[in-house]
Design a protein around this ligand. Structure first.
Ligand code: ZN
Length: 500
């Protein structure tokens, strides 16, 4: 049998090769986080940069342009593929290969510098690397001179099609709604997940493994490891890698972290196999990706039915303090609203205020209104203004997140977009799955998994996130469903006085 001929077949072969190169670069990144000895960082940075440059060169060359011109779609799937590949190609052509390599290299070394700066709590070790990342991002932005605002080009990489003005509108309205809600809330319960410890790591791991198995994580296709900054990677639908981190003083880190990353992993696991090794075999945007992780972490994991299912499990593996607790205690505990300094430990209600802070600062750095040397001070000021808290040290402040060091600027808003979408999706899916609460209380997640496969996961990049949301919910992106959901939960857990 001979391989198919013609421009479409040639293009598919080329895209498959590029997809392989990109997945190899991801594998090196996974290895760096999970396995690599720290001293390997400099060489690893070179290796990742080389792979990313090769992938970029193989894609952005004239030959691919000619194939895109000549290829004729034979099926509707081909049409989707050609449309998405054309969009990527037009974007990639704008960016010189040298700059792609420099961005990758600066991201890897910046990541390493961030780790060292954290170890010695010294912003000066990080500052030149962040300055370099900002400078390179400005050069990247300059490749797209027609953009309305400089930040548009960065946002578009993570949330294709979204503009700064749109993100700003949503984020600001949400911020104002949240500030009001947090002011009105009065946390009543102690969070036993915090105060009841210590929780031995081995016992936590057993809880996490039991929960994940029930959700759909199997040993043949998934790996669960420990990483300082938890994340999910996938190399194909049969090789999904997630990480979490265990904190003996706080059960939430390990359990909810693992559920979160599982939500990301399922997206990739349930993609249509026809998309494999093409440009369609990815999430349509990080907002949608994050909607999946938030949905499992919060809408499922912090729901009352989930507490009902999980409480016996927590009792059997961790004993006290869960023996004395009833479902309502646990439900109140995992939903306790409290202003805090660390984003990834923040509760569902205050979480997006952390994103508002980061978005404000990164936008100011990109638009030249804030210099990197003034960042720690600006961070502390914004923390005071939005969260009402004083920052005691850099680890509880500006050095807590990996993103800026790794060059990921324009990424933060996607977390909030994900939270908003998750609330909208939940409304829609609970209408279509009337038994969802009873299923969750029984530890049965198959119906939910299937709904997500059908409505979100399988499509890959076939629809942009706006179209995907519209198809799944009949709506545009909205702030209100999320605010309503939070308000209902706070009322339900006695943290908000009912309207009189
Ligand atoms: Zn996530």
């Amino acid at each position: 049998m001979t391989a198919p001929n013609g421009p479409l077949a040639d293009l598919r072969r080329r895209l498959a090769e590029i997809s392989d190169l990109e997945r190899m670069a991801m594998l090196l990144a996974w290895d760096q986080e999970v396995m690599m000895p720290a001293a390997g960082a400099e060489w690893r940075a070179q290796q990742r940069a080389t792979l990313e440059r090769l992938a970029h060169e193989r894609f952005a060359d004239d030959h691919v342009g000619a194939l895109l011109e000549a290829a004729v779609a034979e099926t509707p799937l081909d049409e989707d593929l050609l449309r998405v590949a054309r969009r990527d190609y037009d974007k990639a052509r704008r960016v010189p290969g040298d700059l792609v390599e420099e961005l990758a290299h600066a991201g890897a070394t910046g990541h390493e510098a961030w780790t060292r700066a954290r170890a010695s709590s010294d912003f000066a070790l990080f500052e030149p690397h962040l300055r370099r990342n900002i400078e390179l991002r400005r050069r990247y932005i300059a490749c797209f001179p027609e953009a309305d605002r400089p930040y548009d080009a960065l946002l578009d990489d993570y949330e294709p099609g979204m503009r700064t003005a749109q993100a700003e509108d949503v984020l600001e309205r949400l911020r104002d709604g949240l500030v009001e809600l947090v002011e009105a809330a009065a946390p009543s319960a102690d969070d036993a997940l915090v105060t009841g410890g210590p929780f031995p790591t081995d016992a936590q791991r057993r809880v996490v493994e039991t929960v994940l198995r029930q959700v759909g994580v199997d040993d043949a296709r998934w790996r669960l490891d420990v990483a300082v900054h938890p994340f999910a990677s996938n190399f194909n639908a049969s090789d999904i890698r997630i990480t979490t981190r265990y904190n003996e003083a706080f059960l939430g880190d390990g359990l909810f972290g693992a559920l979160h990353e599982t939500g990301h992993g399922l997206y990739e696991r349930q993609m249509d196999p026809l998309h494999y090794r093409t440009t369609l075999a990815e999430a349509t945007g990080l907002g949608v990706h994050e909607s999946q992780s938030r949905l499992w972490e919060n809408l499922v994991g912090r729901s009352r039915p989930f507490c009902e299912w999980a409480l016996p499990l927590l009792r059997s593996h961790l004993g006290d303090p869960f023996e004395a607790m009833d479902v309502d205690d646990l439900y109140r505990g995992v939903n306790r609203v409290e202003l805090s300094l660390i984003r990834i430990e923040a509760d569902e209600t205050t979480y997006n205020l952390h994103i508002a802070l980061r978005y404000e600062l990164e936008l100011a750095m990109i638009e030249g209104r804030l210099e990197v040397k003034d960042l720690p001070e600006a961070w502390d000021e914004a923390t005071h203004r939005l969260l009402g808290l004083e920052v005691p040290d850099l680890l509880h402040g500006v050095l807590q997140d990996i993103h800026w060091g790794a060059g990921m600027i324009g990424y933060f808003p996607t977390y909030t977009l994900g939270n908003l979408m998750a609330a909208q999706l939940w409304t829609s899916l609970s209408n279509q799955l009337p038994d969802i609460e009873a299923d969750i209380a029984a530890g049965n997640f198959a119906g939910l998994r299937e709904w997500l496969r059908e409505n979100i996961h399988r499509h890959g990049r076939k629809y942009d996130s706006r179209e995907l949301l519209r198809r799944a919910t009949g709506e545009e992106l909205r702030v209100e469903p999320f605010l309503d959901y939070l308000q209902a939960k706070l009322l339900d857990t006695g943290q908000l006085a009912g309207r009189t």
